[in-house]
Design a protein around this ligand. Structure first.
Ligand SMILES: Nc1ncnc2c1ncn2[C@@H]1O[C@H](COP(=O)(O)OP(=O)(O)O)[C@@H](O)[C@H]1O
Ligand SMILES: [Mg+2]
Length: 396
């Protein structure tokens, strides 16, 4: 594949963009990394760095007009998706345009498009106040969930099982919504799982299912994943059409799309989907099972190149789990993770750890990889869950 002379813009220079930047460099691309200036590891490794606010569409577009890249992408962050959509539209690049990225960033638009196209998703209503939410709640027999239309990382998303919880949940959602938009939807009972859809020329060329590990309600946050999903064969039959319809109605293109599902007793329903690959080490988890470098793949898609996809998985069953903490402080003590596990710890003893807006700090991750293809992946997920939960972390 001739990549020489091709120019790529990567938005974001944080820890989670580092493997994407490295892949672009390894592919021999002229790599332009964009981020606000600061103490970001991706800046140090960037062959070309541009200090711009990647959430600012105008700044990113004017830089893109000057650079004239052959492709633009990010991973693991949503803040720049509209900037990417704008550049894709204006420069006629491969990828998802502004309409698609705007829908992915606003659940009011996303849900409306899904419902109009008959894609299974939780029943919902946009609500102006807690009374509207209470009305929807009383019309539904199940629990509900209240969320901002335009947040991410489970921030401001709360399950409500009693009408008395609605006021607080509404206020919490409000405090995390940029536009103030709030929705309530029925809580879907069932297992959460996800998919990475490799989309080229508006078609899903490969659909990879994975299992999800989340924190317990009322606020579920994805913390780990396993691949393959233990019921992959049965589930693929159920979700392929749903995925095709969802991708088409949102207009997702030339990317790896992250899709979240709940497997209800009435079949799988979409919680949300987006025009970039998933975070929480999903590129590594799915890539390890299929024997694919997801970062290189996402770059090739963004450049509009053909991608060579194997017919069957060529890698190893595996599961990864973040090491997380729900309080801040200086790292005092942390159990060592055995060298038999793939793992990385981002902090050293004595270093200050800050929680994010979801009241969580990510300290590192552990990945379990099995050599034998017959390893039961649900066991792997349980094992990695147990292992990470047993790691003692103390801060003061
Ligand atoms: N309708 C629902 N039924 C059951 N669980 C839900 C529902 N909506 C959200 N969740 C849980 O909350 C998490 C975060 O919600 P989501 O809508 O994906 O918000 P965000 O955009 O912040 O990720 C989901 O991953 C899921 O675990
Ligand atoms: Mg989500």
């Amino acid at each position: 594949m001739d990549l020489a002379g091709k120019k790529l813009m990567i938005l974001g220079a944080g820890r989670h963009q580092m493997p994407l930047i490295q892949s672009a460099i390894d592919l021999g691309l002229e790599t332009h990394v964009c981020s606000i200036d600061g103490d970001y590891p991706g800046i140090v490794m960037a062959p070309n760095f541009h200090a711009v606010d990647i959430s600012n569409q105008h700044q990113v577009l004017s830089l893109a007009k000057a650079l004239q890249p052959d492709g633009i992408l990010t991973t693991a962050t949503d803040v720049c998706l509209q900037s990417i959509g704008t550049v894709v539209d204006e420069l006629g690049l491969h990828g998802s345009g502004l309409n698609a990225s705007s829908a992915c960033l606003n659940k009011a638009i996303l849900k409306q498009k899904l419902v109009e196209s008959g894609v299974p998703t939780a029943q919902y209503r946009i609500v102006e106040n807690a009374n509207d939410a209470a009305e929807f709640f009383s019309d539904h027999s199940s629990s509900c969930v209240i969320k901002p239309v335009d947040s991410s990382g489970s921030r401001g998303v709360t399950k409500v099982s009693d009408v008395s919880e609605i006021q607080d949940a509404f206020q919490t959602a409000k405090s995390f919504s940029r536009t103030g938009g709030i929705l309530i939807e029925e809580w879907l009972e069932g297992e959460e799982f996800g998919a990475q859809a490799i989309v080229r020329n508006k078609r899903c060329e490969l659909l990879i299912l994975h299992s999800d590990i989340t924190t317990a309600p009322p606020r579920r946050i994805p913390v780990g994943h396993g691949c393959p999903h233990p019921e992959e064969d049965q589930l693929l039959v159920l979700v392929q059409n749903i995925v095709d319809d969802a991708i088409e109605c949102i207009g997702i293109n030339d990317t790896i799309s992250n899709i979240d599902f709940i497997l209800t007793e009435n079949g799988p329903k979409i919680i949300e989907l987006t025009c970039r690959m998933g975070g929480t080490r999903l590129p590594e988890v799915c890539g390890t099972y299929w024997g694919l470098d997801f970062y290189a793949l996402a770059i090739q898609l963004a450049l509009g190149l053909d991608v060579a996809l194997p017919a069957t998985p060529q890698g190893k069953p595996n599961a990864a789990h973040n090491l997380i903490l729900d309080r801040e402080g200086r790292l005092a003590e942390m159990d060592e993770v055995g060298d038999e596990f793939v793992h990385e710890i981002y902090f050293k003893k004595g270093q200050q750890i800050a929680v994010n807006a979801a009241q969580q700090a990510e300290l590192g991750f552990v990945q379990l990889i099995r050599d034998d293809a017959i390893a039961i992946s649900s066991d792997l997920v349980d094992e990695v869950n147990r292992l990470t939960n047993s790691v003692r972390i103390e801060v003061n």
